[in-house]
Design a protein around this ligand. Structure first.
Ligand code: 5GP
Length: 192
């Protein structure tokens, strides 16, 4: 099963994913490829595969991407297809932490994927969280906030929206929802 987790930058998707991964050994996060520069705390192959523009071009040409998008108009990010196929074949629940554009592509290529949107309690709160994180320049911050406005308008395209007002509670709600969808899925495949 594929689970798409979308929502604006700074909303806490990363923390929710960490919580999901630590409570379920059958959940795996797909590692994306990106042309963005690594942050100080990041390691190649862990948070992302950090690739050059040319490598990213080649991955697209070779049809190695399940989806890919320009994010914040600054860099490209994409989901390598092969690892997702392998993990799915091994019975894992594969989480894709991707942007709105990517989520829309997955809706076409993997219509059975569970589509979840994580929303902030308010736009002001999102801005405060992003600023508090201190990982972006002012230019990057305004690009992320502009994109966030568009993403927030798209919420109703998703199967389910969770407002991340309290991390532990939201993580539990997301987990319960995924498990419910998995159960429904298994029941309907079993009935076929
Ligand atoms: P960051 O630069 O903060 O690590 O990630 C920025 C945004 O890129 C994330 O909020 C996420 O929505 C998006 N993103 C990360 N990986 C992918 C991917 O593989 N595909 C797409 N479409 N978006 C991604």
């Amino acid at each position: 099963m594929i689970v798409v987790l979308a929502g604006p930058a700074g909303v806490g998707k990363g923390s929710i994913v960490s919580g999901l991964l630590s409570s379920r050994s059958d959940f795996v996060l797909s590692v994306s490829a990106t042309t963005r520069e690594p942050r100080e705390s990041e390691t190649d192959g862990v948070q992302y595969y950090f690739v050059s523009e040319e490598q990213f071009d080649r991955m697209i040409e070779d049809r190695q991407m399940l989806e890919w998008a320009w994010v914040f108009g600054l860099n490209r990010y994409g989901t390598p297809k092969k690892p997702v196929d392998k993990l799915q074949a091994a019975g894992k629940t594969v989480i894709l932490e991707i942007d709105l554009d990517g989520a829309r592509q997955i809706r076409k290529t993997a219509p059975d994927a569970v589509q979840i949107f994580i929303a902030p309690p308010s736009f002001d709160e999102l801005e405060q969280r992003l600023r508090g994180r201190g990982t972006e320049t002012e230019e990057q911050l305004s690009a992320r906030l502009e994109t966030a406005k568009e993403e927030l308008r798209s919420q109703n395209e998703f199967d389910q929206v969770f407002i991340n007002d309290e991390l532990d509670k939201t993580t539990q709600e997301v987990l319960d929802y995924i498990l419910r969808r998995k159960e429904e899925n298994e029941r309907s495949t079993g009935n076929r």
